[in-house]
Design a protein around this ligand. Structure first.
Ligand code: KIV
Length: 307
């Protein structure tokens, strides 16, 4: 059978390039599956990184992460919006599809955007189906204590990642991006919500911006893995946003962000060097031009004259 061209992969298909570099973190050359992620609890730490398009998806996948998240944080990371609230389903499908073109091994998870699951359970299921069928996601993530939605989407055959703690889609109710579960009652409530979400069928739980002991307690009590972001080191795994990790984001950063590179500065310097070369006539060099076939310059000179 003729091999597919790169980018021909159908959304959601299991088509994975056998020549793709092997994972560096989980020791397995194969595609990361939901049962594998679920079974990793207590065995190894999970790594999740966000992506917003094909290049970021490809690079993150090649780096060997377990999960790639098309987070609604792309509103800020890629679309220049002030928060996540305005991202639409169509935009999430569009970006998920782009990321899916680059991700061949890691488990691709897409965020359900604000307004796509809050109004009705049936609508939540329909929108989760879109992220899988049109976007190519293999699982979806939604924020908050939404057991009914988690159960219904799971029943529809779509694996669900839950998300508790600081849930940015509720930042108006929270009064800003604040650390959550600092009071005893709130921490107890969060533990109960986490257990209910696991019972409802979530296979993974993201814990964002909560005190380390609360995340440790949830991680101990839950049968499913937890992924922390600003939740300390006791979680079963960690997630960072691509642009934060690589130094592409700007502005005040949360304390949990660790920059592993300063690609923003490298990109800016590279573009400035290009501009300098163009202005100085140093770009393009002869080797960067297409040579004329024999006789072309002569024929043009005869028709138009020499300079
Ligand atoms: O949207 C996002 O990037 C997220 C992560 C911070 C977990 O939800």
């Amino acid at each position: 059978m003729e091999s597919r061209r790169k980018g021909d992969r159908e959304p959601g298909s299991g088509d994975r390039s056998p020549s793709h570099p092997q994972t560096k973190t989980n020791g397995s050359a194969g595609v990361v599956t939901v049962p594998e992620v679920a079974a990793s609890k207590g065995q190894r730490r999970l790594v999740m990184v966000t992506a917003t398009d094909e290049p970021s998806g490809r690079l993150v996948d090649r780096a060997g992460v377990d999960l790639v998240l098309v987070g609604d944080s792309l509103a800020m990371a890629a679309l220049g919006r002030p928060d996540t609230l305005s991202v639409t389903m169509n935009e999430m499908v569009h970006h998920t599809r782009a990321v899916a073109a680059g991700v061949h091994r890691a488990l691709l998870v897409a965020d359900m955007p604000f307004g796509s699951y809050q109004a009705a359970v049936a609508e939540a299921v329909r929108n989760a189906c879109r992220l899988v069928a049109e976007g190519g996601a293999r699982a979806v993530k939604l924020e908050g204590a939404r057991e009914a939605e988690v159960a219904a989407i799971t029943r529809a055959g779509i694996p669900v990642v839950a998300h508790l703690g600081l849930t940015p889609q509720s930042f108006h109710r929270m009064g800003g991006y604040r650390v959550q579960a600092r009071e005893v009652d709130d921490a107890i409530a969060l533990v109960a919500q986490a257990e209910a979400l696991a019972t409802a069928g979530a296979f993974l739980l993201v814990l964002e911006a909560i005190p380390e002991p609360v995340a440790a307690l949830v991680t101990r009590r839950l049968p499913i893995p937890t992924i922390g972001i600003g939740a300390g080191g006791a979680c079963d795994g960690q997630v960072l946003v691509w642009s934060d990790l690589l130094g592409l984001s700007q502005g005040p950063l949360p304390r949990f962000v660790r920059r592993y590179a300063e690609l923003g500065r490298i990109a800016e310097d590279a573009v400035a060097a290009f501009a300098t070369d163009v202005r100085a006539g140093r770009y393009p060099a002869a080797t960067e031009c297409y040579p004329a076939p024999p006789g072309l310059a002569e024929a043009l000179a005869q028709k138009f004259g020499r300079e």
